[in-house]
Design a protein around this ligand. Structure first.
Ligand code: PLP
Length: 306
């Protein structure tokens, strides 16, 4: 009979838990952790491309801000955090990695219901880089549905704190799959579009880039696009985008650490603009990937571990 090992069920990867590096298949947390029982956690994901972290300090800034806002500040210094993340990547042997840092509320030894009685927990891991849209499908782009599911309102869960309250996003994905599309874009109470499962949205309309100002995660890739657009003297407006406005875009794209800049060529099966990987999206995409080797935007794993 065939023998399976835990490792067979996991991707390649290394985690940092309980203050040590372990193979990803051996990384465990107690089931009584509030992070697991209540989604009471924050996290951030940075990627490593060809051995270099991309915009690492921006991800760490957002992680520290999120954990502070949730009153579970990360007690690990920026310097040590970088060493831990780089250590996970180095030990995993991955050239291209998806690197996650997590702060949970932790657990209380008496299972106290008061979150202040818990001891926060820090976890990190590196696994292979994952794409929302695979590079081989970039010319085809994504066919996204605008869902009936609304995003959790920002006055309930602050979307600028990166969080695991994903049931709206996951329900949106299933709604999209059921309707024959690849992913979903969620809306607010006024039916303005917001964001999707793990990505922000940009629309190009009459040569002006638009992205929702609020109600969304202030994505690091979104910020990178805004900076690149400035370099290109391409105007950017941060404002609400109605479904009608979205449908009249000449180009639409999603932005995420999990894949960068990804064209959305169809909404609800209808072509956007020419229905292809548009010229402006392509220009931004090219510069975005070039920036991965720019010393102001990236930092090598080896440099951190020196
Ligand atoms: N919006 C949500 C809800 C996300 O979870 C993410 C990333 O996971 C993004 C947007 C994109 O953010 P970033 O560009 O920082 O990866």
């Amino acid at each position: 009979c065939e023998i399976f090992y835990m490792k067979d069920f996991f991707p390649k990867g290394v985690a940092w838990v309980n203050s040590e590096f372990v193979d990803i298949s051996e990384a465990h947390i107690p089931i009584l952790d509030w992070g697991f029982l209540r989604s009471d956690a924050t996290y951030d994901v940075v990627h490593v491309w060809k051995g270099r972290f991309f915009l690492l300090d921006k991800h760490i800034d957002r992680f520290f801000m999120s954990s502070k806002k949730l009153k579970m500040p990360c007690e690990i210094s920026r310097h040590k955090l970088k060493k831990i993340l780089a250590g996970c990547v180095k030990q995993s042997g991955l050239e291209n990695a998806y690197v996650e840092m997590i702060q949970t509320r932790g657990m209380s030894p008496t299972f106290d219901r008061d979150p202040r009685k818990s001891n926060p927990r820090f976890i990190a891991f590196a696994v292979p880089f994952g794409w929302i849209l695979k590079p081989e499908d970039i010319e085809i782009g994504l066919d996204a549905a605008v869902t009936k599911i609304k995003r959790i309102p920002p006055n309930s869960v602050d979307p600028t704190i990166k969080n695991y309250h994903w049931l709206d996003l996951v329900s949106g994905m299933f709604e999209a799959y059921d309707r024959g599309h690849q992913t979903g874009i969620l809306v607010d109470e006024k039916n303005n579009i917001l964001e999707g499962p793990g990505f922000n949205i940009f629309s190009l309309n009459k040569n002006v880039l638009m992205t929702p100002k609020k109600g969304v995660l202030q994505g690091i890739t979104r910020g990178a696009v805004i900076d690149i657009a400035k370099e290109l003297r391409l105007p950017v407006k941060l404002e609400s985008i109605s479904i009608k406005k979205l449908m009249s875009s000449s180009e639409i794209f999603a932005t995420s650490t999990a894949g960068g800049i990804m064209p959305i060529t169809k909404i609800d099966g209808k072509k956007i603009g020419l229905g292809n990987f548009g010229e402006t999206t392509r220009k931004l995409y090219k510069i975005y990937w070039e920036k991965h080797f720019d010393l102001d935007w990236s930092l090598s794993v080896e440099e951190i571990l020196k």
